[in-house]
Design a protein around this ligand. Structure first.
Ligand code: PLP
Length: 365
């Protein structure tokens, strides 16, 4: 299979498609990552044959040898994007070429082969076209798409795998905030970081998430649904949440977000927020921002809003930053106007309620 030539995906349809009533019961309360559509995409790679065997099959468990490299050395990368149903019934996704590029960068960092970008995008179309009934139409709902690549070669020897598989699965997702966009407190991990200079922080890899889970447990124990990590060198500068980037809004309407580095994941939502904010005349500073600056800014009201952003939650207002030693901000904060306006602008583009002047949307079905 040559890059840039459309692959012929072999389709095997499930003999047990989910009944409409059962699907609608799922849509009534989808949660996140709880239910999956009827099919999945799979493509194989090996060092000799390159990418081959592209197919759409019934959703089913994988069979992995216990010695598969991924199970031991975490050679795995993934992506996350959504399929949105527009009012006319058509189905679209948001900036998938950026995800395709990021997937390549992540794969390269993990010693995995790069999937041609056209094949990445085609794989999304193949799944969504077959499972189009799985894309909900309720407000702010979507089919969350999870492409991922794993080293499935049987070997315990430590090296990049010569045999790999790529998959895409889809999971219906409801609105992240079911009862209004309410700010939440975030736990600051003061002892444990998620990424370091020269490490894998900029790659969307399974291992980064594994390292964030113990701090996340600590956050949950302390009433915070998410955790914010600081830089590994000084333990002072904001980096990002376990799976979301962070922004600060100042009273003059300007924004600050940590500059990208090899320890920060380049979020598609982050890039889009920056572009939208700049095009409406806001200044966006991409620079280091310390916890002290946030503490003082919140106290003096120089900082008026904090939010996190990522595909799953889109824009997530933050009420306070907490740890064992401190609590900055205000638990009873309401979502700020800049946060809400940016969130609305993104939603309007994603759901086709406003003109897509930047060509961010791609039709899947
Ligand atoms: C996926 C991810 C984000 C958000 O990226 P989006 O492309 O906006 O969804 C931010 N941080 C980390 C660590 C991530 O894995």
């Amino acid at each position: 299979m040559q890059p840039n030539t459309p692959a012929a995906f072999v389709h095997t349809r499930t003999t047990h498609p989910t009944a409409k009533a059962a699907r609608e019961a799922v849509f009534a309360n989808p949660g996140f990552g709880k239910y999956y559509s009827d099919h999945m995409v799979a493509i194989d790679w090996d060092a000799e044959h390159d990418w081959h065997g592209a197919r759409v099959t019934p959703y089913a468990p994988l069979t992995l040898d216990p010695a598969s490299l991924v199970l031991h050395y975490a050679q795995a990368v993934f992506e996350g994007l959504k399929a949105y149903r527009h009012a006319d019934g058509s189905i679209w996704t948001f900036r998938p070429k950026v995800n395709a590029q990021r997937f390549s960068h992540s794969a390269e960092r993990l010693g995995l082969p790069e999937l041609p970008h056209d094949l990445f995008i085609q794989s999304l179309k193949e799944l969504v076209q077959l499972d189009c009934d799985w894309v909900p139409s309720a407000v702010e709902s979507s089919l969350y798409l999870r492409p991922f690549m794993i080293a499935n070669e049987n070997s315990l020897s430590v090296r990049g795998a010569d045999q790999v598989a790529y998959y895409v699965i889809g999971s219906p997702a409801g609105p992240y905030f079911s009862s209004g966009v309410t700010p939440v407190p975030i736990w600051v991990s003061t002892q444990r970081t998620r990424a370091a200079r020269g490490g894998t922080g900029y790659a969307k890899c399974a291992g980064n998430y594994a390292g964030s889970l113990a701090p996340l447990k600590e956050a949950r124990k302390n009433g915070c649904p998410q955790v914010l990590f600081l830089d590994s060198e000084h333990g002072q500068y904001l980096e990002e949440l376990g799976g979301m980037n962070i922004f600060v809004v100042q009273k003059d309407g300007s924004l600050i977000t940590p500059a990208l580095s090899d320890s920060i994941l380049p979020g598609v939502t982050r890039a889009s927020v920056i572009e939208l904010a700049r095009s409406e005349g806001r200044t966006v500073h991409e620079r280091p921002i310390s916890l002290t600056e946030v503490r003082d800014g919140l106290a003096s009201k120089q900082i008026t809003e904090l939010f996190a952003c990522g595909t799953a939650a889109l824009i997530f207002p933050i009420s306070a930053l907490k740890s064992e030693e401190f609590s900055y901000g205000n638990d009873s904060a309401v979502a700020g106007p800049v946060t809400l306006a940016l969130r609305q602008q993104l939603l309007d583009i994603q759901y086709g309620r406003t003109a897509d002047t930047r060509n961010w949307m791609l039709r899947l079905a």
